[in-house]
Design a protein around this ligand. Structure first.
Ligand SMILES: Nc1ncnc2c1ncn2[C@@H]1O[C@H](COP(=O)(O)OP(=O)(O)O)[C@@H](O)[C@H]1O
Ligand SMILES: O=c1ccn([C@@H]2O[C@H](COP(=O)(O)OP(=O)(O)O)[C@@H](O)[C@H]2O)c(=O)[nH]1
Length: 242
């Protein structure tokens, strides 16, 4: 096998919570968790320092809670707790596949996970741990996409990989519009102007203001996470030059 040279030294991987559901309508599918854990474990041999933010949409979404009559802040707190469940599950899956992993949570739940402290995250990454950042930003009215950009900036990751259910950014939501066209490269301004809703606007704006590149790709395709870290084109690159 040809020598694999990673393109990046430190990356932030954003995983959609919904992707953990598999074919079910709710929760964590054990076979999907195993698949994702193996995909991420493949990065270990590259010695790429890896931070991970995972969503919570497979368990609870704040806005869905609001639609059911919950107060927005309370509902968002429930959503953030949902991401802690996913983070623990993912860390367990990764450990099982030989990846030393730490979970750092924006919510203090000290008897379960360590609280997020930026310096601690940096030390763990330098020591070779994969670090899963749980509980989003710790604040309501935000999303885990914004948390991913925020943590990437804090740990000085070179890129954010948004691993999701679609294989890139399209001219419209490809799930709803089969005639939508895929882009290979977009500037942040194009994403904002064309209102391409693959990430929320707060996340895109924060990435733009700090010139942090993003790549959106399908994580259900085996090998994609590894290819992305090796610098191969697997989806749509936003920012960072073509
Ligand atoms: N222009 C677009 N290009 C690609 N995907 C889009 C676009 N607009 C909306 N989407 C949707 O964004 C989703 C990816 O976001 P993600 O955060 O992983 O999921 P969710 O928001 O459901 O938790 C895709 O599944 C896709 O349906
Ligand atoms: O910093 C954050 C991150 C997440 N959430 C809440 O946690 C839920 C799950 O996060 P995710 O980003 O997966 O939500 P989605 O975008 O899929 O609704 C969201 O709906 C929000 O209610 C929040 O309030 N603040």
């Amino acid at each position: 096998m040809a020598e694999e040279v990673p393109r990046y030294r430190r990356v932030l991987l954003k995983l959609s919570g919904e992707a953990l559901m598999g074919p079910a309508a709710y929760g964590i599918d054990p076979s999907v968790l195993t698949f994702i854990s193996k995909e991420i474990a493949a990065l270990r041999r590259l010695k790429v320092e890896t931070g991970i933010v995972i969503g919570g949409g497979n368990i609870f979404r704040g806005l869905a809670g609001v639609a059911q009559g919950f107060d927005r802040v309370r509902a968002d707190q429930m959503g953030m707790l949902a991401t802690v469940l996913n983070a623990i599950a993912l860390a367990e899956g990764l450990q099982k596949h030989g990846v030393p992993t730490k979970v750092l949570s924006a919510y203090e739940i000290r008897s379960v996970v360590e609280p997020f402290v930026r310096e601690k995250a940096l030390s763990y990454l330098e020591e070779g741990y994969f670090v899963v950042f749980a509980a989003g930003t710790g604040n309501p009215y935000f999303t885990t996409d914004t948390a991913a950009i925020l943590r990437a900036l804090e740990i000085k990751a070179e890129i954010v990989f948004k691993a999701t259910k679609v294989d890139g950014v399209y001219s419209a939501d490809p799930v709803k519009d089969p005639s939508a066209k895929k882009f290979n490269f977009l500037t942040y301004e194009e994403v904002l102007e064309k209102n391409l809703r693959v990430m929320d606007l707060t996340a895109i704006t924060l990435a733009r203001d700090n010139n942090l590149p993003l790549m959106v790709f399908n994580m259900q395709e085996p090998g994609n996470i590894l290819k992305a870290v090796l610098g191969q084109k697997v989806g749509t690159l936003v920012g960072g030059g073509a």
